[in-house]
Design a protein around this ligand. Structure first.
Ligand SMILES: [Zn+2]
Length: 235
């Protein structure tokens, strides 16, 4: 049990670190595979021992070992939070195929959430990745009901998109529906409900704290992603 949680934490922090790379390189239009990780300030090629998630940040005191430039604290928080999140998934999930699926999509799901929070935008390349992996796992698991879930999700989100005057983005429709390929229609019901409950609660808190007004836009992808992981892991 402890070992499973620890494995989830280590893997999660590595994938969280990879999410930081995906977000930066997608924005800069650089390949995700090459070149080796480098300092964003002086372009110094980072050694393997400086890339250990969480630990390297602490030992380097959040600075580049070459030019001393600050490495954003955000990197450290994302690695730590990703470790915690995936360890929870590992502890609660008892379906091996589902666990492999969630682990494979995890870094891209985190990247989508981070970019949506900052830019209210989802990259097509990331949606395509989620779509391909979801389709493959739907076929492997022979969950053909997923096609019904996909269609129903498209219909629900498109309806909300139309009546709410585009309060959610077109990327949200695709993200939710592609993830739904791996859900039964009953789980889709919980998936959509939890997404909107979480989004509604956060929107209400923002309004009460006057951090937003009724015309503000709220990134919805993080709620879709959290809800999907809750439904897959717990239900
Ligand atoms: Zn540097």
């Amino acid at each position: 049990m402890i070992l499973k949680g620890l494995l989830g934490f280590i893997l999660g922090s590595i994938l969280g670190s990879f999410s930081n790379v995906i977000v930066y390189r997608t924005r800069e239009n650089i390949s995700i595979v090459t070149p080796n990780s480098f300092c964003e300030n002086c372009h110094y090629s980072i050694s393997w021992y400086e890339k250990i998630p969480i630990i390297s940040y602490i030992f380097l005191k959040g600075r580049c070992s070459n030019c001393n430039a600050k490495i954003g604290r955000k990197h450290f928080i994302i690695e730590l939070a990703s470790g915690v999140l995936l360890s929870i998934v590992f502890l609660f999930s008892d379906n091996r195929n589902e666990l492999i699926f969630l682990t494979i999509i995890f870094p891209v799901v985190v990247s989508i959430s981070l970019i949506d929070i900052e830019e209210l935008f989802i990259y097509d390349s990331m949606l395509m990745y989620i779509g391909i992996i979801s389709l493959v796992f739907m076929l492997v698991n022979r969950n053909y009901e997923g096609i019904i879930s996909f269609c129903v999700s498209c219909a629900i989100y498109f309806f909300i998109y139309t009546i709410s005057n585009k309060a959610i983005g077109s990327g949200d429709i695709l993200l939710s529906s592609l993830l739904a390929l791996n859900l039964t229609p009953l789980k889709l019901y919980y998936f959509v409900s939890i997404s909107f409950i979480l989004g509604g609660i956060v929107a209400l808190v923002f309004l009460l704290l006057r951090k937003a007004n009724k015309d503000s836009k709220l990134a919805f992808a993080p709620f879709i992603n959290i809800s999907f992981f809750i439904v897959c892991t717990i239900l």
